[in-house]
Design a protein around this ligand. Structure first.
Ligand code: ZN
Ligand code: ZN
Length: 457
């Protein structure tokens, strides 16, 4: 395998001194220091909406630009693009937090008065794996193999007996994880209605289930879901929940739905499988209170400001995948990937099962590199909080308005004419790539500083 060429210092210095460097830098800065920007070429101009004439900047030059532009690649994975993955994680964090504590992104603070639970749903076991276990009193106990594993031990998550591990079950479960979640929400509504003494149909007139869920890969190569579940009034975030909607009622309904949820996998060789959640489930109420601790003795998450903590925890896995970055092209391709033997086995199983006609609908080869997980890493119900699109829109609007401010006009009096075509993807050489990474680092540090101060009010 060829090693990537290292940027040499002289060439880096030359790049920094070149005449177009400043312009190049501002283009890369606009993408947040994206590692693989999409290069566009074309023009944009600002015209007066009524007259159609091109507006002028304070220095008298026309408010138009032609040339090149970079658009961020938008990849969620840190291994592909640190800048875009970082922004994805930040957006996910804001999205989850807003729905939990309100007070930003158009979500009222009254959401904090509603029953809100932080729930972790897991996959069942498909065979024992090496792990680092702690007993109830926090003592480290030996792994089932008899050894004690260091937390960075690569053996963690690998099966103790690979020959006995149920890879088919693992792949089928993972491929249905999204469906299991959907089924779970249906059962959850059913159990909420039952506890409230109304029908499922009537529930819509009284309450609404709002949630955001994040998928996170565990080291054994299977995902689990962290979900923020909230019970609202029928109109969502701004609507008060009915008096019967308590955290206890919601907790019980979650446990009942967790047990009841099952999805039938397509038959293989007349072999039926019913897929369900793992027994491990964690349900914690989030209460609006002024305690300083993240958790009290009962494991309740008490401080509302620590919604941040929960959001951070829930979204910490967005940039990691435990899998490959791009779709797998062939069974042989799997051998070349830099993943553990266990992950390779999962991929091979997904690849082989993907060849079966009865499993066509699962599209397993397409999702082989994701260890057969076909779902979204973050999804939310309609009224949970803001959306990714809105967050991105907010950023764009802000930049756009800055431009307008310079010219001294308002958004409703101008028309923007954009015409761009993609010319290539990625930076031109290792030097530019290196500089882009440095820009991303700088922006990340600035953003961290901003977040830290944001909620000190
Ligand atoms: Zn990117
Ligand atoms: Zn072990």
């Amino acid at each position: 395998m060829a090693l990537p060429e290292l940027p040499d210092v002289d060439r880096l210095a030359r790049r920094l001194q070149s005449s177009d460097y400043k312009q190049w830098r501002s283009m890369v800065e606009a993408t947040g220091g994206c590692a693989h920007p999409v290069r566009l070429s074309g023009h944009w101009m600002l015209t007066d909406k009524t007259t159609g004439t091109v507006l002028t900047k304070p220095d008298g030059t026309p408010a138009m630009k032609s040339g090149h532009l970079f658009a961020p690649c938008g990849n969620r994975r840190e291994s592909v693009c640190p800048a875009c993955s970082d922004r994805y994680a930040a957006d996910a964090f804001h999205l989850v937090r807003a729905g939990m504590s309100g007070g930003s992104k158009g979500v009222p603070v009254t959401v904090a008065d509603k029953p809100r639970l932080f729930v972790t749903l897991t996959a069942p076991s498909f065979g024992p794996v090496h792990n680092r276990r702690t007993s109830a009193n926090g003592k480290v106990v030996p792994c089932r193999c008899g050894r004690y594993h260091h937390e960075h031990d690569p053996a963690i998550g690998q099966p103790i007996d690979a020959g006995a591990y149920d890879y088919t079950g693992h792949v089928l479960w993972q491929a249905h994880a999204g469906k299991l979640w959907n089924r779970f929400t249906i059962y959850l509504r059913r159990h909420i209605a039952r506890a409230a003494g109304i029908t499922e149909k009537e529930l819509k007139e009284h309450a609404r289930l709002s949630y955001a869920k994040v998928a996170e890969f565990q080291r054994r190569g299977i995902i689990h879901f962290h979900a923020m579940i909230r019970l609202d009034g029928p109109d969502g975030a701004a609507d008060a929940a009915p008096p019967w909607a308590t955290a206890d009622l919601l907790t019980n309904a979650i446990h009942a739905a967790h047990t009841a949820t099952g999805v039938e996998a397509p038959e293989i060789n007349r072999n039926k499988r019913l897929l369900s959640w793992g027994e491990q489930i964690d349900v914690r109420p989030i209460r609006a209170a002024d305690a300083r601790l993240v958790e009290d003795d009962q494991g309740t998450i008490t401080d509302d400001r620590l919604a941040s903590y929960v959001a951070k925890y829930a979204t910490k896995g967005t940039s990691k995948s435990e899998a490959a970055d791009r779709p797998v092209r062939s069974r042989e391709h799997i051998d070349l990937l830099e993943v553990s033997e266990h992950h390779k086995k999962i991929m091979r199983t997904a690849w082989d099962l993907g060849g079966l006609e009865e499993l066509d609908s699962l599209n397993l080869r397409r999702w082989c590199h994701m260890l057969a997980f076909r779902g979204h890493f973050l999804s939310k119900s309609q009224r949970y909080s803001t959306t990714f699109k809105r967050l991105r829109g907010d950023r764009q609007t802000w930049r756009f308005e800055q431009n307008l401010d310079e010219i001294g006009v308002t958004a409703d009096s101008v028309a923007v004419i954009n015409h761009w075509e993609m010319t290539s993807v990625g930076h031109r050489n290792p030097e530019e790539q290196e500089l882009a990474l440095a820009i991303a680092d700088r922006q990340r540090a600035a953003r961290k500083h901003r977040y830290a101060n944001e909620r000190k009010d």
